[in-house]
Design a protein around this ligand. Structure first.
Ligand SMILES: [Zn+2]
Length: 351
């Protein structure tokens, strides 16, 4: 058997394996329905080629883009040895924005890889959200390091606090100090992450949320809000405290009902869609219902990674954002390029 035959066999096996893993891990479905374990015609076709990535790129550029993009991203991250040295997805993919990422979570060891993978996959901007003053400082350092890509969002959430440690006024004072000191020199993009969590002490949480909303009003900044399982209460508080507020409201990884999503969109809020890896199967299903709803316009949608450690040593990352854009384009029946352009412009509207 010649050397090229051998290589073809190897690729045949690898591509088949990739495809199986993809179906299993990412729950990939073709636009025309589920794929049941076997490579499709397009993928089989690539098996004859020595460079499957190049062929996928051709396919990617000539339609069928969502499926190919998902495969390419997967190959890039799991089998980088198959990637030609001069290959850069950025030149093919339209620009994408990660509107909610816990960038500090990756630590010094991972951060360079995370940023480089994000760039290669077409992500041009990351909103680094902070959940307390310590995280703000960590994100500030990252923002200074990756200035061309990262913008800073500052906020306080009750997530990592015990009931006794919540002091809404102190939290606000700390952020006021930071904003007064750094707002002009480094720039602050928005107030976030803020919001309500699955915790019992709702009264204290709401007090903190109120202070954070006041902060956004005082400093004339948009907000990046967590609402999972407390969508009703969050929407109530936004309505109550954000009168005469001219800045943007981003509901990150929103998983409320379609009715609540419509209500939010009618108020001009943005709904930010996270990848399945971040929010799990059920959360993803809820998001799908929102994206599929005909009354919810793509003009109200954003993309994000909600980048964080999903389970020990396993992270969701910004490189997953183009895939989210792919899903939105697929569900809205649009070309990926057109969908990405609108999603990118939506991000510009939240500035
Ligand atoms: Zn978050």
């Amino acid at each position: 058997m010649s050397e090229s035959d051998n290589r073809n066999r190897h690729l045949r096996f690898s591509v088949k394996a990739w495809w199986r893993i993809l179906i299993h891990k990412l729950g990939v479905q073709s636009p025309s329905g589920p794929i049941l374990g076997e490579p499709t015609f397009e993928i089989q076709w690539t098996l004859r080629e020595l460079n499957p990535l190049r062929v996928l790129m051709d396919r990617f550029c000539s339609g069928n883009s969502f499926k190919c993009l998902t495969i390419i991203l997967y190959i890039m991250n799991r089998f980088p040895e198959f990637i030609p040295r001069d290959f850069n997805l950025e030149t093919y993919t339209p620009k994408c924005v990660d509107n909610h990422c816990h960038l500090y979570a990756y630590g010094e060891q991972l951060i360079d890889t995370v940023i480089s993978r994000a760039k290669k996959s077409g992500v041009v901007k990351i909103v680094a959200v902070s959940t307390n003053a310590e995280r703000v400082d960590e994100n500030l350092k990252l923002m200074e390091k990756y200035r061309d890509m990262v913008v800073l969002s500052v906020g306080y959430t009750p997530k990592s606090m015990s009931e006794n440690r919540i002091n809404a006024e102190d939290a606000k004072t700390e952020l006021v100090k930071f904003l007064d000191c750094h707002r002009k020199d480094v720039g602050v993009f928005s107030i976030g992450e803020i919001g309500l969590y699955k915790r019992r002490w709702m009264k204290k949480q709401r007090l903190l949320f109120k202070e954070m909303l006041e902060l956004a009003k005082d400093y004339e900044l948009g907000i990046n809000v967590h609402s999972y399982t407390k969508e009703k209460e969050v929407l109530e508080d936004l309505q109550k405290y954000l009168k005469k507020y001219n800045h943007s409201v981003v509901l990150h990884a929103f998983q409320g009902s379609v009715k609540q999503a419509r209500e939010a969109c009618n108020k001009g809020y943005f709904i930010s869609i996270a990848p399945k890896k971040s929010i799990g199967h059920e959360g993803f299903e809820r998001e799908m219902k929102i994206i599929e709803d005909k009354k919810i316009s793509i003009e109200n949608l954003l993309t994000e990674s909600d980048g964080h450690e999903v389970k020990k040593g396993d992270f969701s990352e910004p490189y997953l954002v183009p895939e989210v854009a792919g899903i939105i384009s697929d569900k809205k029946g649009m070309e990926l390029k057109d969908a990405c352009e609108i999603l990118f412009n939506n991000h510009k509207r939240i500035i």
